[in-house]
Design a protein around this ligand. Structure first.
Ligand code: PLP
Length: 279
């Protein structure tokens, strides 16, 4: 198949499968999601993403319609039906169904999965970015379907021909529209702490591990917009980007002063991905 959609047990092409209007994802964005890259039909770090999804469900009181193991098996089975060496696998659980009413009653959630061919980003290519005020609320640590502020900042980046919007709350850098952002300064990796203002990215966690493994000091602490501009390198991480350097912010050249440490981290993450997904 060219791509595949799954909704509560039904499968079909993504643009042909329909969702009932009663799904709370539809009018409240009342649900959570996660996503992984898949190569050679091996979804990369699937368990860590499933684990985050179920933690998010627990925080919000959403009841997934199947256990973690069953979801893992379902995804592994479905990826085989879609053509392509590299694919993007998206999965979401909404709170469930009902006539529109803000408050909810107990019940099982709806599971939706979408799989499409998509190559991993070119990890060696540094990206252009824009800087935007972080206008999100205080649930950024939950991977909720409510992404309106992220949609707007991502669109602002696209309209400037850039790939990401780096976000800040006042003077403090938080993360990006759909990735985490860290900096290198004097050989140290500095990355925002996991508080309510950032999503604890799986790739961010692997970046930190890669740093420790390669003897690079790590500081999980807040850093400022000034630090960002003065950084030796800026690193954007996500499942589909892995670890990529930043070339410009709002057209101004940034980083480019510690290619060596950047390449150690980037190459470690990329090699881990390739090794784990070899046939
Ligand atoms: N931060 C935000 C807001 C995201 O949407 C994402 C991914 O979608 C990330 C960070 C990166 O998370 P991960 O590395 O788990 O893909």
């Amino acid at each position: 198949m060219k791509n595949l959609g799954y909704y509560n047990g039904k499968t079909g092409l993504i643009n042909e499968l329909s969702v009932p209007l009663t799904d709370r994802a539809f009018y409240f964005g009342d649900g959570v999601y996660d996503a992984v890259m898949c190569r050679n039909n091996i979804p990369y770090l699937l368990w860590e993403h499933i684990d985050r999804l179920y933690k998010n469900c627990q925080i919000l009181g959403i009841v997934p319609p199947m256990c973690k193991n069953e979801l893992s098996l379902t995804i592994k089975e479905l990826v085989q039906k879609v053509e392509g060496e590299e694919k993007f696998v998206y999965f979401q659980v909404s709170r469930g169904s009902g006539i529109r009413n803000h408050s909810f009653t107990e019940g099982e959630g709806n599971l939706c999965i979408m799989i499409k061919p998509q190559p991993l980003d070119n990890v060696y290519e540094k990206m252009d970015t824009v800087l935007k005020e972080d206008i999100r609320y205080e649930l950024c640590y939950i991977k909720t379907l409510n992404l309106l502020p992220s949609v707007l900042t991502a669109q602002a980046a696209t309209e400037k021909g850039c790939e990401e919007a780096i976000l800040h709350r006042g003077s403090i850098v938080t993360e990006c529209s759909h990735s985490n952002v860290s900096i290198l300064k004097n050989g140290t990796l500095i990355t925002a702490p996991c508080d309510k203002y950032i999503l604890p990215g799986v790739t961010r966690a692997h970046l930190i591990t890669a740093a420790y493994e390669n003897g690079i000091e790590v500081k999980e602490e807040k850093y400022t917009v000034k630090d960002l501009y003065e950084a030796d390198e800026i690193i954007v991480t996500s499942s589909s980007k892995m670890a990529r350097g930043v070339k410009t912010i709002d057209g101004k050249a940034v980083g480019g002063k510690d290619e060596n440490t950047l390449s150690v981290l980037r190459d470690t993450l990329y090699a881990n991905y390739l090794n784990a997904t070899n046939k």
